[in-house]
Design a protein around this ligand. Structure first.
Ligand SMILES: Cc1cc2nc3c(=O)[nH]c(=O)nc-3n(C[C@H](O)[C@H](O)[C@H](O)COP(=O)(O)O)c2cc1C
Length: 353
């Protein structure tokens, strides 16, 4: 049996255990969509996680998908992330920023800009804005000549993450946002070299990962994927071929980790685990069990190196200690997931309190 609570070496990072805090959007950024002192407190409280993956963070203004999510494209945002990095490091933790470009999952009422996407395919459904729920609007298809600029936004944000003192970044290529929109044949109907086949649909994500790795070092770059995931009105028909092509392109880069989200209904992550040559992180998604026994079984069976937990860390600043000692867990309060200041954010009690 592998000890989940023993240290693990992830690239150049010494993690104190194998439990990873999942990226969790909390919509509490301050002026200029910069992380606040309160965010530093929230992340600092959770520094006993082996690794923290931050909430989704836009690399550019147009990449913002929800109100008050933080960015990494201005100096003020870097200053906010510096507070966060310092708070986590002061308590011996490790933290990477999840770079999340929302693509078509956005709205002019949030950004003042028309969303961009691989193709002009409007998502079904509505998005939350400060003026209430609004139907998604048709995104503008990115021209081939614009793609280097989008890659440049990811590179710039990754450099800013490092300058803020964060330990690296995670590319969000899951859950129906821009990078998965390139991977999926339902959202990518392009006829240039970025669409039309699994290899072509994987190309943009590989180019982003390559450029970001060249800029800050591949051992500072992880990537999250959700093969066949349907969140945000996305659908993939050539999942196996697409993700095989993706990993063929990513393996030679020597990235920090591959992070797979997959519910209990399917087990495609096992094939990806075999193909992936580096460290593997697994999260069971919204419908899967996310408890200690699932984590233990996943690591012991060899299906992952590290296990990622979301709502458990959201509601328990000392989740690692509680799992280690078998203590009861605080229940997450859904009402305060996406707003609420300190309530439901920094006021979940720790055992020692
Ligand atoms: C409040 C909330 C916010 C989330 N925000 C993000 C996000 O910003 N990026 C992301 O990749 N996943 C996000 N997720 C998904 C989680 O990372 C995770 O995959 C999910 O919660 C399932 O894990 P769990 O059962 O351990 O909570 C979010 C989930 C929740 C509950």
């Amino acid at each position: 049996m592998t000890d989940l609570f023993a240290p693990f070496t992830l690239g150049k990072l010494e993690l104190s255990n194998r439990l990873v805090m999942a990226p969790l959007t909390r919509n509490r950024a301050g002026a200029g969509e910069a992380p606040t002192e309160l965010a530093a407190q929230y992340y600092g409280q959770r520094a006993t996680a082996g690794l923290i993956i931050s909430e989704g963070t836009q690399p550019s203004a147009v990449g913002q998908g929800y109100p008050h999510t933080p960015g990494l494209h201005t100096d003020a945002q870097v200053a906010g992330w510096t507070l966060v990095a310092d708070a986590v490091h002061a308590r011996g933790g490790r933290i990477v920023a999840q770079l999340m470009h929302s693509g078509r999952i956005s709205h002019p009422a949030i950004t003042g800009l028309q969303p961009v996407a691989p193709s002009a395919v409007t998502p079904a459904g509505e998005v939350y804005t400060e003026q209430g729920m609004k139907a998604f609007e048709q995104p503008r298809a990115l021209a081939t000549e614009e793609l280097p600029g989008v890659i440049g936004e990811f590179v710039d944000a990754a450099r800013r993450a490092v300058s803020a003192g964060l330990d690296g970044i995670e590319l969000h290529a899951a859950n129906g946002y821009l990078l998965q929109q390139f991977l999926s044949d339902s959202t990518n109907t392009r006829t240039d070299s970025y669409g039309g086949s699994p290899e072509n649909r994987a190309r943009f994500v590989i180019e982003v990962a390559t450029a970001v790795g060249d800029a800050i070092g591949p051992q500072r770059v992880g990537i999250r994927i959700s093969p066949a995931g349907t969140f945000n009105d996305i659908a993939e028909t050539e999942t196996e071929a697409t993700y095989t092509a993706l990993l063929d392109g990513l393996n030679p880069l020597g990235l920090l980790y591959l992070h797979v989200v997959e519910g209990p209904e399917t087990d495609f992550h096992l094939a990806l685990r075999k193909q992936w040559e580096g460290t593997f992180i697994f999260n069971t998604g919204f419908t899967g069990p996310s408890d200690l026994s699932t984590a233990q079984e996943a690591v012991d069976s060899g299906s992952t190196d590290l296990f990622c937990i979301g709502r458990g860390f959201l509601a328990n600043p000392d989740l690692v200690e509680r799992l280690r000692s078998g203590a009861e867990l605080n229940e997450p309060d859904m009402e305060t997931f996406y707003s609420g200041g300190a309530k439901g954010y920094t006021d979940y009690p720790a055992l020692s309190a």
